[in-house]
Design a protein around this ligand. Structure first.
Ligand code: PA5
Length: 471
């Protein structure tokens, strides 16, 4: 089944939003050779085995192992809890929200064909505690997901859960754990080896935010009963396009170039992704991390200090028409918009006819509320365009595993092209590492004593606090 994900760039263009605000055909033609060179470089690196992300759709051995494990675990556990953060959490959340009925975990057992899935991706004791309140350890599988095997948030949750498991399920505790981690390195891999815990690998050269199509996303998806072969088939279909050398035949590179030009030529620094679908909202949230962490960098690949990168924001149609759209339409000219527009929703709910004598109510009678939502998407496109705000749209028939796999692959490929355009390394995250190191120091991890001493010195500096007292 073809995904037919189309990218409509009409309203990104100067013709639609004005010369000052949109891209011109000449500008695209002038910049395109750079994109071609970037694609050539990416293709060469792929051939060298440096970018295994492109070939994840072919990893059928992993698919088979995951399917086999998931089939058994699905019948055994009522709950799956993912312990992970960042790239280890956002992909699974996006897959659950887009491909299982919304409010999945609130459904009664007879309206669910697979376990509930919780992802408490913050070491907030109130959040983690609330999840644990709902999940009896005897009926729960904990999927610990960390590429490095050392992330403090994840390790703290894992060891807390381990105490609970040992206390409540005794010798069985190992069977309530499955790890997803680096194939060779890290503490988690070491624990898996010593304790004999079921483990899936994240290929060495694939970082967190590019890992949704590895076991990081595929295992939770399979545990939920999502067709992971269809997800990968959608990704494989996009792979046919991502190296195309024509702007009109390469939606991921066209997306990257238009966003790059908008920021660097017209100061449109904020990139809003706005699905008209609750199910896709967390895909926009996943994209937010992908775009921000990959392209927001202090140094470029030449070692120069550049402090570059776009600021991605997620918004939801139509909910945020009553929240942020006022700013989007009338505020500063510093944004681009990418709408995700399903042409059909997977459910139909019709407005009723009850007040024929009143104005402004029964014109909706008999209409599907999805038709209203679609109309609102189109209305927002018109409003943004009339207000000179460049906007583009990805359209597709409806939300399927193929479409979600395709969209995620397309955005990952676009991010690699974006890295080339901004001349940054899209695969590292030195800014995140700095925060991780400071956390280790604050929490007393061995080997971080010098950082801790620096922090203590900084704490002695005079502070300026507004006490907010009423005395
Ligand atoms: O995309 C990334 O690399 C990061 O967001 C990581 O996923 C995040 O920091 C968690 O790291 P790890 O998977 O090593 O625990």
């Amino acid at each position: 089944m073809s995904t037919r994900i189309r990218l409509d760039v009409t309203r990104m263009m100067a013709d639609a939003v004005g010369k000052e605000f949109g891209a011109s055909t000449e500008e695209i033609e002038k910049s395109w050779p750079r994109v071609e060179a970037i694609l050539q470089g990416l293709e060469a690196r792929r051939k060298n085995g440096e970018l295994p992300f492109y070939d994840l759709p072919d990893d059928m051995d992993t698919v088979e192992r995951i399917e086999e494990y998931a089939a058994k675990a699905r019948s055994k556990f009522k709950n799956v809890v993912i312990l992970g953060i960042g790239g280890s959490a956002l992909g699974p959340i996006a897959l659950q929200e887009s491909l299982k009925p919304l409010l999945w975990n609130s459904r009664p057992d007879d309206l669910r064909d697979a376990p509930r899935l919780f992802v408490p991706d913050n070491p907030d004791p109130e959040y983690v505690g609330a999840v644990l309140d709902l999940c009896d350890p005897k009926e729960t599988l904990f999927n610990v997901v960390t590429k490095s095997g050392t992330t403090a948030e994840t390790i703290s949750q894992f060891t807390a859960v381990l105490s609970i498991l040992k206390e409540q399920v005794g010798e069985e505790w190992r069977n309530h754990l499955v790890f997803t981690t680096d194939p060779a390195k890290g503490s988690l891999r070491q624990i898996a080896r010593t304790e004999g815990i079921n483990t899936f690998s994240i290929p060495t050269a694939i970082g967190g935010r590019f890992s949704v199509l590895t076991a990081v996303g595929l295992l939770p998806a399979a545990l939920l009963g999502i067709d992971i072969r269809a997800l990968l088939a959608g990704a494989a279909e996009q792979r046919e396009l991502v190296f195309n050398r024509s702007f009109d035949e390469n939606p991921s590179a066209a997306f990257a170039l238009l966003q790059y030009l908008a920021q660097t030529k017209r100061n449109q620094n904020i990139h809003v992704m706005m699905p008209y679908s609750n199910a896709l909202y967390r895909v926009a949230d996943w994209f937010r991390q992908l775009w921000a962490e990959s392209l927001g960098k202090k140094s470029n690949i030449h070692g120069e200090t550049v402090h570059t990168g776009p600021t991605p924001i997620a918004a939801l149609g139509s909910t945020d028409q009553h929240s942020q759209v006022q700013l989007f339409v009338e505020g500063p000219y510093d944004k681009t918009f990418t709408l995700l527009l399903p042409q059909q929703y997977r459910r139909s709910i019709k407005a009723g006819k009850h007040f024929p004598d009143m104005d402004g109510i029964d014109y909706l009678a008999g209409e599907d509320i999805g038709t209203l939502l679609k109309a609102e998407g189109e209305a927002t496109q018109r409003a943004l365009t009339a207000a000179h705000r460049p906007n583009m749209a990805f359209t597709f028939e409806s939300i399927t595993p193929e479409v979600v796999g395709g969209l995620m692959y397309l955005f990952e490929a676009a991010t690699l092209v974006g890295g080339g355009l901004y001349e940054v390394n899209p695969l590292d995250q030195p800014g995140v590492e700095a925060g991780k190191v400071a956390t280790y120091a604050l929490m007393g991890r061995q080997g971080y004593e010098d950082v801790r001493a620096d922090i203590e010195r900084e704490r002695e500096r005079p502070t300026r606090i507004i006490p907010n007292r009423r005395d």
